[in-house]
Design a protein around this ligand. Structure first.
Ligand code: NAP
Length: 500
């Protein structure tokens, strides 16, 4: 609905059409709350599964668990679906749940400003202005590619790109390729790259723990059974959830859980890599689980191909080599003549750029509120930013189970807040700073003895400025759901608009 000045008024404005934004939209529709839009800066939905198109991209959480509980998909083709199948699932969710009319694609948020007088958000976008009673930030935490400081990178004579911005126009056949990084993206990319390239150099800054993955296609009989009896999908999902949930013990450094998990990974390494020298380079120097544990059945094999080389130090700089050709120089001093550089170097997670575009009460910038690291009550609401909900933001990631379960938990919390607001007669809810501080104290306490804090590594789960665990929920997925199950109004100041 437009107000005549070209501003469209909605109850809820959702920013981002990835898993979180789509999940939120579906639940609003299913509850008959039709007054909402989802703005998306790209030209398609899908978030991470739209952006990551590198060869080999797939999910390392089984698909029957990595999907909405309220939209099971009996047609998953394999245990760990490839990226394009997950993207197709999300597109089908949008189409079949009636979200198309609510979507505004190619629509980037320029600024969101809380207006105290009418208790609404004014959201300026590249496709016009919106006025919204509530704002849901669902922009993801793995959406802004991080390019590390590599001196002289711009002088690299060949082509380079980030793993989440894959350049499919450049053929890799017969090319000499440098793959920078050894995280979840890199280990999926390497086996595929290695089949095309003439040479691959993997620049490793720290060795990851890798567990066997056990991927396989579902048989026709299995898929028919899933389709004929939805109960079998639910049962499989419950089993996968329970299995993943058991891994929290190792993250909390309980024995023997952590010893068994570490040994499984080291056995996988020993069984896969026979050269003791290479094995030594691939043995992590921190405790298992501190960084995300990786899953692969073909990474170690690919590293042992004759034309693949592991460089055990990070890529440092681009320099002039002999004959005027540019070379990539590792921190250890080795240099390599390369045609293509792939940076699988992760994402800016701890300082989301959208926080520089959102102003709450007294025009306070969210980036300033978070200048010492992200913080939110119930991992969702921020003091001074009334009627704003952040999905998949502070302390809502997991290292051991499905992110979709966490998103659904938060969506449930937001629905509880919206219901309470409607019933309360107030116009807005602003979480108290005491509630945020108390929640953060609980997070610090829960995190203190876990592998994420004590494991001797750096990871994107923690804020680099303070060392606090700001991205991850440092406990089980079940406890997150229990914690957020009830919306507690006492944690919120109830505001009335000034212009009555
Ligand atoms: P990441 O886990 O942050 O890994 C980045 C890698 O780049 C690390 O190995 C890092 O080394 C390395 N690096 C950074 N600068 C470097 C340099 N100058 N030289 C050499 N190495 C350098 O990023 P990602 O692999 O893209 O994964 C990010 C997250 O996305 C994952 O944690 C996961 O949650 C998600 N993901 C999930 C899947 C899935 O299947 N579900 C797949 C891909 C990604 P250090 O380890 O030393 O920092």
């Amino acid at each position: 609905m437009s107000d005549g000045r070209g501003t469209t008024a909605v109850d809820v404005l959702i920013v981002g059409a990835g898993f979180a934004g789509i999940g939120m939209g579906i639940q609003l529709i299913r509850r008959g709350r039709d007054s909402f839009v989802i703005i998306e800066q790209a030209d398609d939905v899908g978030g991470t599964w739209r952006d990551n198109r590198y060869p080999g991209v797939s999910c390392d959480i089984p698909s029957h668990l990595y999907s909405f509980s309220f939209r099971p998909n009996p047609e998953w083709s394999r245990v760990f679906a490839e990226g394009r199948e997950i993207h197709a699932y999300l597109r089908a969710c949008v189409r079949e749940e009636g979200l198309d009319d609510h979507l505004r694609l190619n629509c980037a948020l320029s600024q969101a400003q809380w207006n105290e007088d009418d208790a609404r958000w004014l959201v300026r976008t590249t496709r016009g202005d919106f006025s919204a009673a509530s704002l849901v930030i669902a922009t993801g935490r793995l959406s802004e590619p991080k390019v590390p400081l590599i001196k002289n990178l711009d002088a690299f004579g060949g082509r380079w790109w980030h793993s989440a911005r894959w350049n499919a126009k450049v053929s890799l056949v017969g090319k000499r390729i440098g793959l920078v990084g050894t995280g979840a993206s890199a280990i999926q990319i390497l086996p595929r790259l290695a089949t095309e390239a003439s040479e691959v150099v993997v620049f490793q800054r720290s060795a990851p723990y890798v567990l066997p993955r056990g991927d396989r296609e579902y048989s026709r009989e299995e898929m028919e059974r899933f389709a004929a009896d939805p109960g079998t999908v639910t049962a499989l999902r419950d089993e996968l959830f329970a299995e993943a949930e058991r891994n929290i013990g190792a993250r909390q450094r309980r024995h023997p859980d952590i010893d068994l998990l570490r040994q499984r990974a080291l056995d996988h390494l020993t069984g896969s890599v026979h050269d003791a020298g290479l094995r030594g380079l691939l043995t992590p120097e921190y405790e298992i689980g501190c960084k995300r544990i990786l899953f692969s059945d073909d990474y170690y094999a690919a590293l042992q191909f004759g034309h693949v080389r592991l460089e055990p130090t990070p890529l440092n700089r681009i320099a002039d080599g002999s004959g005027g050709k540019r070379v990539a120089v590792a921190a250890g001093g080795n240099s390599y003549a390369l045609d293509v550089l792939v940076l699988a170097t992760g994402f800016n997670s701890t300082r989301p750029s959208i926080a520089g575009h959102i102003r709450g009460r007294q025009s306070r910038l969210l980036a300033d509120e978070w200048s010492n690291g992200m913080a939110a009550h119930a991992s969702t609401t921020v003091h001074g930013f009334p009627n704003m909900y952040v999905l998949d933001g502070p302390n809502a990631a997991l290292g051991h189970n499905s992110a979709i379960y966490m998103i659904e938990t938060q969506v449930g919390y937001v629905l509880g807040a919206l219901d309470h607001l409607a019933a309360s007669g107030a116009d807005a809810l602003d979480v108290t700073s005491e509630a945020v501080h108390s929640y953060m104290r609980d997070i610090d306490e829960m995190a203190q003895d876990t592998v994420w804090v004590q494991g001797g590594c750096t990871s994107w789960y923690r804020d680099e400025r303070t060392g606090r665990v700001t991205l991850l929920w440092p406990d089980s997925a079940t406890s997150f759901r229990e914690r957020l199950a009830t919306f507690v109004p006492a944690s919120y100041e109830h505001l009335l608009r000034r212009r009555r």
